[in-house]
Design a binder for this molecule. Structure first.
Ligand SMILES: [Zn+2]
Length: 474
């Protein structure tokens, strides 16, 4: 891209930044305006309060003091805004008042966190904290409803907070623009009554559960992958913590799969917000000791009693004989703890990695391409990845089909070898990053075809080093 294009991008970024600042200022102005209205409303209700002796007499007759029953804190504005809540017999004024006195921390402002934060802001929690250390990217906008294009490149915590303030300026919204870790999370969590795990990340799931167990805070935990989701409530009303269920991480708990249908975290996030409301208002029966599963393909919900009583007493964190302290917690390396489970689920062939000399860099492959030398570029990603984006003239053979298609492939490869007269490598494999293409080279060599090579760093390197316009979907 030329200098003109760079200047245009800089101007667009500046416009987006200014718009974001304007949105934030608008939100703060609305917040203070609402505070002003609340003060005026509070003063009016105070002047209409019944004299104490009359109120006592009416109380003895079984009548309610209108100020105590309705006001107890709800201004005229609040009554107008939350009238649909107030009309719910089980919820009513008391439920709304409890909600307005609650403070909730949402950790993660992605797909789950967006749905949670928007609902909690609109339903009128007292204080809402949003913690996230990442910035908004274009790929977030398909399912993370709290972010807008104007905030691309800006912190997610600030973006989500601005949207929440815009929806309900009477809620105190705090943005924590940082990645919560064992060293800093205690001080943040201490400030709130209820914590919501919206990180969709195994290390954070263990860390937040341990933190909430230490500080005795309820934790509403949700997670999604692909077209499925699940949620439960930990550490509330005697319910277990995450470690009670999974003392140590296993490979089935974590996944590097980034595929997700945007609406699925929306569904789970809404349900997490519902659990927050139930806990804050003491209305209903929170999902304590039970796990809810959602299958988007069949629209099936299933709730199972996941927990056995025995797991509670033996838990290393919340069990009877636990010696897990805040100091232990702050020294604990959650990334390493959960990484061990990831490493155990690598497919076997990747253990037989080739020496890196067998590959070419993406720039070297570009020179091969430009030279016009006859060769084949075989892309071993899954077909649906190949359909998203691919290098021109590459051929897709998904890795799991390679062995099956080898006999026919070898015929085609022999022709290319003949044309190249053995002067250069006629076959290159490419995948998204590295592992799969190396496995493909290995398979070919094992089957008597030594002329294959792969592109180091795969398409990620290609997009970074050679073709900046290559669509990045990972
Ligand atoms: Zn436990």
């Amino acid at each position: 891209m030329g200098a003109g294009g760079g200047r245009t991008e800089a101007i667009m970024r500046e416009i987006a930044s200014l718009r974001a600042q304007r949105d934030e200022l608008d939100g703060r102005i609305r917040f203070f305006e609402a505070q002003l209205r609340l003060r005026v409303g509070g003063a009016a209700s105070h002047t209409s309060k019944l004299p104490p002796n009359l109120s006592t007499k009416l109380g003895a007759m079984g009548a309610h003091d209108a100020t105590a029953a309705g006001g107890g804190g709800l201004s005229a504005d609040m009554v107008r805004r939350y009238s649909r809540h107030l009309l719910l017999p089980d919820f009513g004024v008391q439920g709304q008042r409890r909600l307005s006195q609650s403070s909730v921390l949402v950790v993660g402002a992605g797909g789950l966190g967006s749905a949670i934060a928007l609902h909690l802001a609109s339903c009128g929690v007292g204080s809402l904290g949003i913690a996230d250390g990442e910035n908004v990217e274009l790929k977030n906008l398909h399912g993370q409803m709290t972010h807008t294009e104007a905030y691309i490149g800006q912190p997610k915590a600030k973006s989500a907070a601005a949207m929440c303030r815009a929806i309900n300026s009477s809620v105190k919204v705090f943005d924590h623009n940082l990645k919560l870790k064992a060293k800093n999370v205690l001080n943040v969590v201490r400030q709130y009554d209820i914590v919501v795990d919206a990180t969709n990340n195994l290390a954070s799931r263990y860390m937040l559960s341990d933190c909430c167990a230490l500080l005795n805070k309820p934790l509403i935990s949700g997670s999604t992958i692909g077209l499925e989701g699940q949620l439960t409530v930990y550490n509330h009303n005697g319910s277990p913590c995450y470690r009670c269920l999974f003392p140590n991480p296993t490979s089935c708990q974590s996944s590097s799969d980034k595929s997700i249908l945007g609406v699925v975290p929306g569904v789970i996030g809404c349900l997490q917000a519902l659990e927050v409301i139930k806990i804050a208002t003491h209305v209903g029966e929170p999902l304590c000791g039970r796990m809810l599963y959602f299958d988007a393909l069949t629209s099936h919900f299933k709730t199972v009693n996941k927990i056995h009583e025995s797991s509670l007493s033996t838990c290393a964190v919340c069990g009877d004989n636990s010696n897990f302290t805040e100091d232990t917690f702050m020294m604990f390396d959650y990334e390493s703890f959960t990484r061990a489970s990831n490493s155990s689920k690598q497919p076997l062939p990747s253990l037989n990695r080739l020496p890196r000399t067998s590959g070419v860099t993406s720039r070297e492959y570009k020179r091969v391409l430009d030279s016009g030398r006859p060769h084949l570029l075989l892309d071993v990603r899954p077909e649906h990845h190949f359909q998203i984006a691919s290098i021109a003239n590459s051929v897709n053979i998904p890795l799991h089909e390679l062995k099956e298609r080898l006999p026919r492939l070898k015929d085609a490869l022999s022709e290319v070898v003949d044309v190249s007269h053995g002067k250069h490598r006629p076959v290159y494999f490419i995948s998204q990053c590295d592992d799969d293409s190396q496995v493909a080279v290995h398979i070919l060599r094992e089957n008597g075809f030594p002329y294959a090579s792969d592109v180091i760093g795969g398409l990620e390197s290609w997009a970074q080093e050679v073709d900046p316009d290559f669509p990045i979907y990972w």
